[in-house]
Design a protein around this ligand. Structure first.
Ligand code: 13P
Ligand code: SF4
Length: 343
């Protein structure tokens, strides 16, 4: 299929299905895919939107698998489709349910209350694990509020899988560093001594997003500030705390775009996140100087193309691209997702 054919199919299908179809797109998608999205957002906004879809029976999710899976859980009476099942997320894959269960048994052994919190970048099984244990989901847009919610219920949080988001949130909340420990699933007992664990208020899973870490560094920020004197810098909180400190600001993809909007004409801004977002922000705001802290792309997000979007639209109503979740997993994952949406 050529790009032109793909465009024609998408336009015809959108016309034919009208309000019966909604296309959701994450900010890291390419411009040509975003052009056909009915709603674009960060993970939190997209989860909210999926839970509120009324008329449309078909939701096509242009993003990575865990996002489409969350949408399928949040909209159980709709059909949710993803244009490429192989659009995964290496960060989400770092928390494997068996290893998480083993860690949980050790972390809760001393009888202290623990609330499990999972970043939305995780599988439905991990969300279900949290749901079953009184836990909750968070995104980069609400991590602090969710941690506050969890600390109202217990003295300790077990957070997975993004160690950097966990550390950045702990720093924002003023949790002392000695109360934050890292659980390394590759090591015996997570690599932690019993005393270390006993004083931990926050146990972080050792996982990371390879697009943000160790990609962006404090040295990148220093060099950029030298090259563009007076430039402001904002990075995604999947970057490490040193880079967040050097930048001075961090936020979810939606927050980053709010900062772009609030920058007065003539302003200069460097952005440390996936380059599709940065380049689009630069094109859409010609009165600003917007540059990537480093030009990096998420290979998984890039698997969603115009041609694959057209193909999904030709197969609506069939199982080929439909995202399904086992009912018991979906039920428990939904309780963790709904807790988040209520906070
Ligand atoms: P946001 O929730 O900020 O959109 O982030 C999603 C993501 O995958 C970042 O790498
Ligand atoms: Fe996953 Fe990182 Fe890609 Fe986001 S940018 S989808 S966290 S690999």
């Amino acid at each position: 299929m050529t790009r032109e054919e793909a465009r024609k199919i998408i336009e015809e299908k959108k016309q034919e299905l009208g309000r019966g179809l909604i296309i959701l797109g994450h900010h890291y998608q390419s411009d040509e895919v975003i052009a056909y999205a009915d709603f674009v957002g960060d993970s939190l906004e997209l989860a909210r939107k999926a839970s509120q879809v009324e008329e449309a029976g078909h939701i096509v999710f242009c993003g990575v698998f865990f996002m489409a899976e969350s949408a399928a859980i949040l909209a159980p009476d709709k059909s949710v489709y993803i244009p490429d099942f192989s659009a995964g997320c290496p960060l989400a894959d770092m928390a494997e349910p068996g290893a998480v269960q083993k860690a949980w048994e050790v972390i809760t052994k001393d009888g202290a209350g623990v609330v499990p919190v999972t970043y939305v970048n995780s599988s439905a099984r991990i969300k279900a694990f949290c749901g079953r244990h009184g836990g909750i989901v968070c995104t980069s847009g609400n991590a602090r509020q969710i941690f506050e919610w969890a600390f109202e219920r217990a003295d300790r949080i077990f957070f997975m899988p993004d160690m950097n988001l966990g550390r950045n949130t702990a720093r924002q909340m003023g949790i002392p560093e000695e109360q934050v420990v890292l659980w390394d699933p590759e090591k015996e007992h997570g690599g932690l001594g019993s005393e270390e664990l006993a004083r931990a208020r926050l146990v972080l899973w050792k996982g990371w997003c390879p697009v943000h870490w160790p990609t962006f560094t404090p040295e990148d920020v220093r060099m950029l500030k030298e090259k563009h004197p007076g430039i402001d810098v904002i990075v995604h909180p999947e970057s490490d705390p040193q880079t967040v400190d050097a930048s001075g600001r961090s936020g979810s993809t939606a927050r980053i775009l709010e900062v772009v909007k609030a920058t007065p004409p003539g302003g200069k801004l460097a952005i440390g996140t996936e380059a599709n977002l940065v380049k689009r922000a630069a094109r859409e705001n010609p009165s600003l100087t917007i540059v990537p802290l480093r030009e990096v792309y998420c290979e998984d997000m890039a698997r969603i193309t115009l041609e694959k979007l057209a193909l999904v639209l030709l197969h609506l109503g069939e199982d080929t691209f439909r995202v399904t979740v086992e009912p018991d997993i979906a039920r428990d994952a939904l309780s963790a997702l709904e807790r988040m949406l209520r906070v």
